[in-house]
Write a protein that binds this ligand. Structure first.
Ligand code: SF4
Length: 86
């Protein structure tokens, strides 16, 4: 798993991976479930979803000082919600 993808998924779903997402079994399980939902619900091409996440990581979800206020994931992101509450 790409580290950026792991960071976004972890933040949105409020998951703390053990070590890096790339080596965490739960990170892989969650991403597989997301992929299954995308396919099952016919939400679009999973490759496009992947590239969208990479764009979000490159444009908003920085490791340090993410730009949550302007991120398209703001409404569904646990990390951003926690920031707003604290
Ligand atoms: S809202 Fe913030 S933490 Fe959540 S995905 Fe966007 S930039 Fe990352």
């Amino acid at each position: 798993m790409d580290g950026v993808i792991g960071r976004i998924i972890g933040r949105v779903f409020n998951k703390n991976w053990k070590g890096k997402a790339v080596t965490d079994k739960n990170a892989w399980l969650l991403s597989e479930r997301l992929l299954s939902c995308i396919i099952k619900e016919k939400l679009g091409d999973p490759k496009v979803f992947y590239y969208i996440l990479l764009d979000i990581g490159r444009s908003y979800c920085f490791r340090i000082n993410p730009k949550c206020r302007v991120c398209p994931c703001l409404q569904v992101c646990s990390y951003a919600k926690n920031l707003a509450e604290n």
